[in-house]
Design a protein around this ligand. Structure first.
Ligand SMILES: [Zn+2]
Length: 352
């Protein structure tokens, strides 16, 4: 879950906001400025005089809907699922480590056929993931490799990375994952951000990424987290402009589910280029929440991880069966079928 606004990050925001609200409620607008400077950060502790002052921490604000609306639980996906965005038992330790049998149990109970572990790293650490997850459970897991940015200043960085990729492919890796450290964190010896003049804003970063899409038209890119889920017109233009780009919606059920009509329109229009991804801890409840969102027309329910990404509810997309099947697995299968490990050379441009 490298790039999303995970629930883990939101309490900081919620805590700060709550602190500000509490201070103003207690001190009144005129003295608020002084009070903020003099008071220690409140964080998650309820103010001792909260009852007296009728104040409420934002984290405790959880109004219960009075709506009487249909609830359709979906225990198993209607068609088998490939989760193309996960980090469970990965090499980079972005995801949690679960007993592999437990991961399989969740998958079997929910009709998830395969999980793609995106952060497999390289070398021995990649091998460990391959041994634990892929070799032990054929057909159930796929692993992507990554580049070793610590070598970015080596004079033969390019050749070294080509060798790394060949080695990773020979170990069984089936794709290359770029975390958002490229563009935001990785710097060369001179301190310059790689792949960008310097970080100059969100749109500039997206444009820099789009230039990579344009420069490699024979490589298929998967733009994770929908690219920019709060701006689906922009996503639509990106897909129009770059036919070599696909998307997945890992950890963006929240943003998409609160604009269900626009999302549905986009999923129908680009039904061959959207894939199912979760980027969340593997549990039955997590998958079932996503199935309910995609399959039913239920209204006004919690997205997975609520309220970490915002205090709003989502509504179901009620996707038609043929589209559902494409999102659940057909599009991913089509993409992965383009991989030909036997060609295992730098000219293997079909690799996702
Ligand atoms: Zn992720």
């Amino acid at each position: 879950m490298e790039s999303n606004r995970k629930p883990a990050s939101s309490p900081v925001f919620a805590g700060r906001l709550a602190a500000a609200v509490l201070v103003m409620a207690a001190a009144g607008p005129c003295r608020a400025q002084t009070s903020i400077q003099n008071q220690p950060r409140i964080g998650y502790q309820a103010a001792p005089d909260a009852d007296q002052n009728k104040t409420l921490l934002l984290k405790d604000f959880n109004p219960v809907s009075m709506l009487h609306v249909p609830v359709h639980a979906v225990d198993q996906a209607k068609f088998y699922v490939i989760d193309v965005h996960n980090h469970v038992n990965d090499a980079a330790r972005i995801g949690e480590h679960l007993p592999p049998e437990r991961v399989l149990e969740v998958m079997n109970k929910t009709n998830v056929k395969m999980i793609v572990i995106l952060t497999g790293m390289w070398g021995d650490r990649l091998q460990a993931v391959m041994d634990e997850m892929v070799k032990s459970y054929p057909g159930r897991f796929m692993v992507f490799t990554q580049l070793d940015w610590s070598k970015v200043d080596d004079p033969d960085f390019g050749a070294e990375m080509v060798a790394l990729l060949r080695d990773s492919v020979s170990r069984g890796a089936r794709g290359l994952k770029f975390l958002k450290d490229l563009g935001l964190g990785v710097r060369d010896r001179a301190g310059k951000l790689l792949a960008g003049r310097d970080y100059s804003g969100f749109r500039a970063l997206l444009e820099a990424r789009n230039r990579v899409f344009a420069r490699h038209p024979r490589t298929t890119f998967v733009s994770l987290h929908m690219g920019w889920p709060e701006n689906l017109d922009w996503v639509s233009s990106m897909l129009d402009q770059y036919p070599n780009v696909m998307v997945e919606f890992g950890a963006r059920e929240a943003e998409l589910g609160r604009q269900p009509r626009r999302t549905r329109e986009l999923f129908l229009k680009y039904q061959d280029r959207v894939m199912f991804g979760t980027d969340n801890e593997v549990t039955e409840a997590m998958y079932r929440n996503h199935f309910r969102w995609l399959e039913t027309a239920d209204e006004y329910f919690d997205y997975w991880g609520a309220p970490g990404q915002g205090r709003f509810k989502i509504s179901g997309l009620a996707l038609p069966d043929d589209v559902l099947e494409k999102l659940y697995h057909k599009n991913a299968e089509h993409l992965f079928s383009q991989f030909h490990p036997s060609s295992g050379s730098a000219s293997n441009k079909g690799a996702p």
